[in-house]
Ligand binder design. Sequence first.
Ligand code: GRF
Length: 230
Amino acid sequence: MSAVNLASGAPSSPLSVAAMVSGQGRGSNLGALIDAYAAATIGACMVLVIATRADAPAAERARNAGVPLSIVSPRRFEQDDEAYGEALLRLMRKSAIDLICLAGYTRMLPPAVVDQYRGRIMNIHPGLLPFFGGKGMYGERVHQAVLESGMKVSGCSVHFVDEEYDTGPIIIQIPVPVLEDDTPSSLGQRVLTQEHAAYVQAVQLFAEGRLRIDGRHVRVLSNRAEGVTE
Ligand code: GRF
C-alpha cells in the first residue's frame, strides 16, 4: 500500500475535531483533549461531540465545556446502518470536521464513515494492541483479561480506525507495568492516566502533519519538513 500523507504541515488555524462517545463513557479522554486545546498544548479544537445518549457522563462533560453536543442514538437506526452513517456524516460535514476521535465509543462505525474519513479517525484502547482487543473488549474487561493472562506489562494504544474492532494501524502505545496486587480497577486507573497523555500526543502529531500511514505502519515524521519533502 502506498504511503498516505495525512496532513501536510501544521495549519494556521486549529484542526476541527469531533469526538464520539457512548453511554458508559466517563468522558475523561474527551476532557483531556478539550483541556489540551485550552492550554494551547495541541492545535486541534473540539468543535463537536456526538454522544449516543443525552445522559452519558461524557455528554455532561461536553456541555460543561461549552462544546456543541449532538445526540445520535444508534438504536434509532437499528435496522439501517446506512442511515446511521448518513446521519453521522451530515453532522461531520456541517462542522467541517478534520479528525474524528473515538473516546469511549463502543460500537462499530458504519463503513461509509470509515471510508470517508479513512486515516482521519482515531481510537484510544486501554490495552496493548493487537492483544486484548476486539468486539466486547472495553473497560474493565480488558484489564481483567490482562491480569488473567499473567502479562507483566499492559498499557494503552491509540490507533487509526478501520472496518474492524481495534485492528487499524497503531499510532502510539504507552506501556504500564502490571503490579503484583493489581485489580482491574487499579490497573485501569494507571492505564487511564497514560491514555490521556497518549491521545493528546497522537492528536498533536496529526495536527502537525507528522503521521504517515504506510500499510500497517504509522510513521511518525521527525519534523514537518520531512513530511513535506518525503
Ligand atoms: C477508555 O478506557 C478508552 O480506552 C476506551 O473507553 C474508555 C473511555 O474512558 N476506548 P473515558 O470515557 O475517556 O474516561
